[in-house]
Design a protein around this ligand. Structure first.
Ligand SMILES: Cc1cc2nc3c(=O)[nH]c(=O)nc-3n(C[C@H](O)[C@H](O)[C@H](O)COP(=O)(O)OP(=O)(O)OC[C@H]3O[C@@H](n4cnc5c(N)ncnc54)[C@H](O)[C@@H]3O)c2cc1C
Length: 385
């Protein structure tokens, strides 16, 4: 049995690594447990678009706060993190979508986020490989891109420099009541545990309301300058919101290497990591609709990954009722690269009793824990913790 930790974090994706870094910076003795290598889960599969989103005020607050933290972090990141403030172009296919671009522009302006709508001609000047007949776009210049697994590794190493213990290559089998059990029989204890296992977080407690949402991505050979901004269709929001059916959206990212990432797809109820040819074909057809020449580029790899989706599209950040030692930092769906830093800030602030930069309430897991709040089962630890 190993003791002496203030907090044990399960999952070395970008969220767990960011929590480890933030807690270690706040002076806590941290252990971070990862079964594979750091950043190998959804973090390795993700696109690395750091984007302000406004589906809800809560989503806006978390994404915007994170973006500010990303800007601070950027100066300290190694070149492997490939952070670049490329800006997002939200592409309008028709006048109806142009109306949505204008609504977003006004919404962001009210909240201090620079954004401006572009005419069809201005859009064509910025991105000449897009189809010429598009209606226009919204440019959000402060959005950025990064290479997420390199950032996760960097954050874990920063935590280690501040005394954190990285336990890599060990699977957790239990996390509750101040105790963590590893597959090889090792037991660790701490007064606080953080489940940052992403799509696998329900493996520690089936009641955690997270479902796997599969996504595909394609990466091309090097075509420097072919795409200059993160390009996303405004219809992406419909794809991200659909709950019943499989969906695809045009979402393309320029990498520092000159490669182009092509996404994106969303599927529930498919837990196989295999590439689904019909989803890949639908995704590439969607990309061709916006960027006809994309079909002539050479793809070098296709992969899939699993987003951790919650029913209300907001993550679960905070204590998990029923176990006074257990905290959740999971359920970030398609925004976990963006929101990892503000998530970690909320967790560390709560642990040291500091006032967080944004209100924590919208993300509290207690919104899903009605059964757990039953006074009969107020704690499952029976004073053990
Ligand atoms: C195709 C795709 C595109 C995306 N694009 C973007 C994007 O552009 N921008 C954005 O913000 N987000 C994006 N996302 C979402 C983003 O990738 C995730 O929200 C984010 O990576 C979640 O990080 P995490 O640390 O919570 O989870 P993960 O990275 O999945 O980390 C969980 C870790 O837990 C480990 N683990 C699991 N079980 C155990 C166990 N029993 N014991 C020990 N360790 C365990 C895993 O190995 C893994 O490393 C995308 C996701 C996908 C799939």
């Amino acid at each position: 049995m190993s003791t002496g930790f203030d907090v044990i974090i399960g999952g070395g994706g970008i969220v767990g690594a960011a929590c480890a870094d933030a807690c270690a910076r706040a002076g806590m003795r941290v252990a971070l447990v990862e079964r594979d290598v750091m950043g190998s889960g959804a973090t390795a599969a993700g696109m690395g678009h750091i984007v302000v989103m406004d589906d809800s005020e809560a989503q806006f607050a978390l994404t915007r706060r994170s973006q500010v933290l990303w800007r601070d972090l950027a100066a300290r990141l190694p070149p492997t993190a490939e952070y670049e403030m490329r800006g997002t172009l939200w592409i309008a296919l028709d006048q109806e979508e142009m109306g949505e671009a204008q609504r977003k522009e006004a919404h962001y302006a009210e909240r201090g986020v620079p954004a401006r709508t572009l005419s069809a001609r201005q859009l064509a000047e910025l991105e000449p490989n897009l189809r010429p007949e598009l209606a226009g776009a919204l440019l959000v210049p402060e959005d950025a891109v990064a290479y997420p697994p390199a950032v996760a590794l960097h954050l874990a190493r920063e935590a280690e420099k501040r005394g954190a213990t990285l336990i890599v290559g060990h699977s957790l089998v239990k996390m509750s009541c101040g105790e963590v059990l590893l597959e090889d029989g090792m037991r660790l204890t701490a007064p606080r545990l953080v489940n940052a296992l992403g799509a696998w977080s329900p493996q520690m407690d089936m009641e955690i309301p997270v479902k796997k949402r599969k996504g595909h991505l394609v990466i091309t050979d090097r075509y420097p300058g072919y795409v200059l901004h993160q390009l996303v269709e405004l219809g992406y929001l419909k794809s991200a919101h659909s709950v019943g059916s499989d969906s695809v959206a045009f979402n393309v990212q320029p990498r520092k290497t000159g490669q182009i990432l092509i996404g994106s797809s969303r599927q529930y109820g498919n837990e196989s990591a295999a590439v689904d040819q019909y989803m890949l074909a639908a995704m590439l057809q969607r990309a061709e609709l916006y960027m006809p020449g994309i079909a002539s580029l050479a793809a070098v790899r296709v992969w899939t990954g699993f987003r951790a989706a919650t029913p209300d599209k907001l993550p679960l950040i905070g204590p998990w009722p029923g176990d006074e030692t257990l905290w959740l930092a999971t359920g970030h769906e398609g925004l976990g690269i963006t929101t990892a830093l503000a998530t970690a800030e909320l967790i560390a602030a709560a642990f040291i009793g500091a006032t967080p930069a944004i209100a924590p309430e919208p993300y509290l897991p207690s919104r899903y824990a009605q059964k757990k709040l039953d006074p009969q089962k107020e704690t499952t630890c029976n004073g053990k913790a």
